[in-house]
Design a protein around this ligand. Sequence first.
Ligand SMILES: [Zn+2]
Length: 383
Amino acid sequence: MTEGSGAIKAVGRGAANRRGAHFVAAPGRLDAGAAGQHTLAAMVSLPDFIRGLPKAELHLHIEGSLEPEQMFAFAGRNGIALPFASVEALRAAYAFAKLQDFLDIYYQGADVLRTEADFRDLALAYFRRVAADGARHVELFFDPQTHTSRGIPFAVAAEGLLAGMAQAERELGVSSKLILCFLRHLDEDAAFATLREAEPWLDRIVGVGLDSSEVGHPPSKFAGVFRAARERGLKLVAHAGEEGPPAYVREALDLLHVDRIDHGNRALEDAELVRRLAREAMTLTVCPLSNLKLCVVGDLADHPLKRMLQLGLKATVNADDPAYFGGYLAENWIAVSQALGLTREDLVTLAKNSFTGSFLAPEEVARHLAAIDAYAQAQPEIA
Ligand SMILES: [Zn+2]
């Protein structure tokens, strides 16, 4: 898995280098352009500026960071036969027309996760990648029902992930918090059962979320279990407005009383809702490459992120399920920045939103905001 993270890093750096004459790693260095001319370039490439920018990831399903290579490795060590002949055949199956196509293969893939060591290694591989992307903090989701329904105890997933998170903080300096997601295609009784199972770990789980198939499973279906979670002092988030209508976003606000909306794209169809989200400074955890891969947007150039910022919405950029959607945190930032022509100011705003929208303590948020300002001031112009 170390090799895997190295490969991704190398790809990212290669892409930066292909920017050719525009790529300069450090200010004031002499840069040989394509024509052989030497210019004094006090500039930083967009990918390098983004990778160096301190940021948090707030919308990441850890099971969605399971790379095909890892799937085969875990299957091998757990003695599981996969219905794919090779890593390439599996990767080729990652072509989705809609959310459900993805979910079908995602649940199948998660079946290779059997032991605490599997969950720990999965988390560590993810953290190594995003540490290289400039992530300083992550609030990650996991789907306990995906595991308990196939006989893997809640404790195996929770303890494995928490071990990986602790190791990542020690070794990589990336802090993290764990969010338990209820699967919305199941009923509320199943969510209540999961919350009861989670009881021994609730001092180490920051909040609950709501994910899986959105359309036909409105937030109202889970009002009771979210109330119970709130009474236990847990933070609340919910996927809403990815494929579902603006009414689902309203339900998440009014019936679930969420602290953040995951995605929220379709809120833009409702002007009054947009004004409310802006007024309440509600954080939206937006996932550009996921939106592209699941056909929520046809082209990244049409992605609503820039418009969200212009409307005063507190948007953040995140990877969602990076192994399936073609990019980790920095790749999402770079792709959407290039497609929409985001400014340096936009990037700094997005980075700050990722911390002010997090569940970190105020003094920790302040420390990260100061680091962002210091970084932005020290960086030369973006090429
Ligand atoms: Zn998601």
